[in-house]
Design a protein around this ligand. Structure first.
Ligand code: ATP
Ligand code: NMN
Ligand code: ZN
Length: 273
């Protein structure tokens, strides 16, 4: 794309576990940006939150990274960034965006000597490699659902200067979610209205209200989550007895996930009898 601005979409979240909608967000946002702006989306990154985020029922970062890797096997352009999980503590989202922007700046635009560049590329992620085929600048934007945008209003949750940096300096791409009204939310905020040009609202018409919470609930109850989560992720969850699936362990050990997911109800009866 000539004259276009290269963009990386960075989604921060728990991904506990990653659902198909987490993956869809990237496809929806990319299509929208290519249709309505001169952005060229060159990569997507999923940045799982640190264990110390402390959300109830949060699987370990190691498990969440493995699940993301499995889920992203089918994507040619979205990758996992482990950086947040390797820090000593939880990282505010502004810092996560800033880190990735600085990393990209140093490798794509920076004046690093070839050895330092090599080290940085080796130490980091393969997604950086293909960006170096051009010296056109790359900007990192936060990709999120409307609930995350609306959480800006929760008292004490976000620093004002972080919100200002996210919308003013970097930019946000927001996917609508059932029950959200991001346009109204922006209208009611002076700060967001000031930076409206940098907030891209993507109305998702093919709505899918899957959430990790609902998936965990279904798993806990031994219900099928097939077609909500990638098969490879379901396998991983059962093999590692995540999200209280150990209650259904006999079930998982004796059945292939595909079979299990399609026939959970009968399988439960089989095991019980
Ligand atoms: N169905 C969805 N539609 C739009 N955005 C979504 C959807 N599910 C998740 N997201 C977005 O994905 C990002 C990561 O969210 P998160 O890991 O909290 O997923 P979640 O499904 O909301 O999980 P939980 O139920 O545990 O809060 C957030 O920006 C969130 O808004
Ligand atoms: N002040 C902040 O930067 C801030 C506050 C709350 C959540 N977050 C981030 O939002 C993401 C969403 O997490 P949830 O799973 O809680 O919806 C996480 O990556 C978390 O780090 C950031
Ligand atoms: Zn959430």
């Amino acid at each position: 794309m000539t004259g276009s601005q290269r963009v990386i979409l960075l989604a921060c979240g728990s991904f506990n576990p990653p659902t198909n909608m987490h993956l869809r967000m990237f496809e929806i946002a990319k299509d929208f940006l290519h249709r309505t702006t001169n952005y060229n989306v060159v990569a997507g990154l999923m940045s799982p939150v640190h264990d110390k985020y402390g959300k109830e029922g949060l699987a370990s970062a190691g498990d969440r990274i493995q699940m993301l890797r499995l889920a992203l096997n089918s994507s040619s352009w979205v990758h996992v960034s482990e950086w947040e999980t390797t820090q000593d503590d939880w990282t505010p989202t502004r810092e996560a965006v800033q880190y990735h922007q600085e990393l990209v700046d140093s490798v794509v635009n920076g004046n690093l000597d070839p050895t330092a560049k090599r080290q940085r590329l080796d130490a980091s992620q393969s997604w950086l490699n293909h960006l170096t085929t051009s010296t056109d600048p790359v900007v990192v934007k936060l990709l999120c659902g409307a609930d995350l945008l609306e959480s800006f209003a929760k008292p004490g949750l976000w620093k004002e200067e972080d919100i200002e940096a996210l919308v003013g300096k970097y930019g946000i791409v927001v996917i609508t979610r059932e029950g959200s009204n991001p346009y109204k939310f922006i209208y009611e905020s002076d700060l967001l209205t000031k930076h409206q040009k940098n907030i891209h609202i993507v109305t998702e018409w093919i709505t899918n209200e899957v959430s990790s919470t609902k998936v965990r609930r279904a798993l806990r109850r031994g219900e099928s989550v097939k077609y909500l989560v990638q098969d490879s992720v379901i396998d991983y969850i059962y093999k590692n007895a995540l999200f209280n699936t150990h209650n259904n362990f006999a079930l998982s050990a004796s059945h292939k996930t595909t079979l299990l997911s399609a026939t959970t109800d009968c399988a439960i009866e089989d095991v019980a009898t």
